[in-house]
Structure formats: C-alpha cells, structure tokens
Design a protein around this ligand. Structure first.
Ligand code: ZN
Ligand code: ZN
Length: 357
C-alpha cells in the first residue's frame, strides 16, 4: 500500500514541483514502508517517485516499496548529495518538505545543500492522511480486533493483588501474540485513585477490591494504529462509581450520535461535554472528546472545543470522554469511529456496559 500517486496529484494545486518526505510518519504513509526517524527519504515528483535509503534497509525497501526508483546512499553520496542530483536532473524549483516534523538543524542542512526552494508543506500530507481509504481502514480494524482479543483475555487475569504494571505487560504480550507489529503507544493501566490521571503510567500498585481499572491501549497492524479504553470494576462499585460510569457512557453516545462528516470538531466535543456538564462534572473532563489516528496515534483533525472546522467524511476519530476525580477514581471509555456522510460507524466491538469482575 502506498500513496505516492495521491501526493503527486496534489502537487500542482499546491504550486509544488515535488514533495520531499524525510520524516518517519509521512514517509510511512507515502511509501507503506516503516523505517525509523530520518532513515529514508522519498522524493515525489509529478510523474515519478524516488526512494532513497541506506544499506540497513535496502533489501526490505526493494521488497516493499513499489512504484518508485530506489537508490542506496553511500558514505560518499548521502541523502543531500543524491537529492541535489535529483533536483538538478528533474529540474525542480519549488519542493515541499516535512516542516511539521523536521528538526531545525536538519532543515538548515537541507536548505544549504539543495539548490531548489524548500517550502513547508506538511499540510498537504495532513489533509490526505485525514481521510482513510479502504486499505487503511482494513488495517486499522485488524489492529482493533487484535486489541479486543487481548482485552477478552486480560479480563480473566485481573484480580485483587495483580499490579497495574503486570496488566500492562500482559496486554503488550497478548497484542504481540495475536499478531500486532508493535504497540500504538505504551499501554496505560491505572486503578483506584490512580485512575484520575488520564495519562497515568502503570505502577507497582496492586489492584484492590472495589476499585475501577482503566486500560487504554492499542496496537499497530500494517503500519496503522488502533486505540481503545475500557474501565472495569473489580468487585462491587460504589453508587457514585456507577453513576459516573453511566454519565461517561451517555456522553460518549451523545458525541457519537452527533458525529458525521461536515460537522465541526467543536460540535462533536460539545455534544458529549454537555452531558457531563449537565450532570455537574464539567470541571472533571479536562481533555478533548477525540483525536484522529492512522499511521500515528495522534493525528489531525481533532474533535475538540478549539476545532471549528468541519470534520471530513472518511476521518477516523477517537470517542473518549472521561471524568477524573482527583485522589478518588476516574472513568474513560474510548472507541474509534469512522465518519460517514450521514453519521458514523463505530469500529470498536468490545462491550462497554459496566463490567464487574
Ligand atoms: Zn486511547
Ligand atoms: Zn485516544
């Protein structure tokens, strides 16, 4: 799977002769091949793509990167030398680059080494990446199904006395076991009072009876991320815990019901936020309703109070309201939804009624 043609088709309207991708996420989206950091470069011109890489990746690139002319860097002819040769031979004047990702130091190096004009053009990739095609969706759903199998298993292993870290380690193992390439991010597992930290780090704290356990995790399949949060009770929850869980579930439903292509991120967030505010917990929902995801776990656009632009049809956005009561407990429930013209499709299948273990 690569998106060279889609990028090439956008060059003209952006006033560019080519797009240079040197950073991991955009290069992965464009080529379908993951190499790390700055290990690789793709130069996409209107009618041809050039892919440069070093000795460590050359065999894999020949196998996985299609529709591109592939060249290996050497000690004498590194990325900047090879790219300048292409700038000259292809007659490139205005070339877009990964300004949202590149370090200032690398930017200076490229500006000095290349005789063309370099123009920040991450927005072109951001817009393309926001709308998923069928193959991308298939990968995201496959990643989600792996995470769901891991969840099914882990629910049988959560007991009083098991440490948060142990659960995080097992989730990681199970997702790899069921076919994940890697984690989308380090799993978050927080329990009891730690649950009020939305992005808390799993600790040696042991689960106790009467606590909530919040697990936020996802994995990567074919380069694409999944993301899901479930909060479960270990032993009988208090009335307030039940009430807060119910409010978060209703807020999530309100957000999902409001979500479709053409609606602003602010409106989707607002629909969920209203449920939590009306229930008197507004100040305890301090983050946004959702973020996009794809080759990265956090992409644009967001379903957030600051986003007053319409969300595009084909975007995949998390739906993750939460209520966090400091020093006491927290609840978050997260699915991923695909925006359609007339609504949205929830690609998460895991049950989300209150599970009591
Ligand atoms: Zn998450
Ligand atoms: Zn998320």
């Amino acid at each position: 799977m690569n998106h060279f043609a889609q990028i090439a088709a956008k060059l003209e309207e952006n006033g560019l002769d080519a797009m240079l991708l040197t950073e991991e996420a955009n290069r992965l989206y464009a080529s379908g091949f993951r190499s790390y950091g700055t290990d690789g470069a793709a130069l996409i011109t209107k009618n041809k793509t050039y892919y440069l890489t070093d000795f460590r990746y050359i065999e894999a690139v020949h196998k996985h990167v299609e529709n591109a002319e592939i060249t290996m860097t050497t000690r004498e002819r590194g990325y900047t030398v090879l790219l300048e040769e292409l700038v000259q031979s292809c007659g490139l004047h205005r070339v877009g680059f990964d300004d949202a990702y590149m370090t200032v130091a690398d930017g200076e190096t490229y500006h000095k080494a290349l005789s063309c004009e370099l123009v920040g053009a991450s927005g072109l990739l951001r817009e393309l990446r926001a709308v998923k095609d069928a193959e991308e969706l298939e990968s995201m759903i496959a990643a989600q199904r792996i995470a769901e199998r891991a969840l099914d298993d882990i629910l049988k292993e959560i007991h009083p006395g098991v440490a948060e870290k142990e659960i995080a380690a097992r989730l990681t193992y199970l997702m790899l076991h069921y076919g994940a390439e890697n984690m989308s991010f380090d799993p978050i597992v927080v329990s009891g009072p730690n649950g009020s930290l939305p992005h808390g780090v799993p600790s040696q704290k042991k689960i106790e009876r009467g606590e909530f356990v919040t697990m936020d995790f996802g994995c990567i399949k074919n380069g694409y991320c999944s993301d899901m949060t479930r909060t479960v009770a270990v032993g009988e929850p208090s009335d307030e815990m039940r009430r807060v869980y119910d409010i978060v579930a209703r807020a999530q439903k309100a957000g999902i019901d409001a979500a479709r292509g053409g609606v602003t991120g602010k409106a989707v967030d607002g629909a969920a936020r209203k449920v939590i505010e009306d229930a008197g917990y507004g100040e305890y929902f301090g983050h946004s309703f959702g973020h996009s995801l794809g080759v990265e776990i956090h992409e644009a656009p967001n379903a957030a109070p600051m986003n007053d632009k319409p969300l595009p049809v084909g975007a995949t956005i998390s739906a993750e309201p939460g209520i966090y009561l400091p020093g006491r407990f927290g609840v978050r429930i997260e699915d991923v939804i695909l925006l359609r013209e007339d609504g949205c499709e929830d690609i998460t299948r895991a049950r989300k009624d209150l599970v009591i273990l």
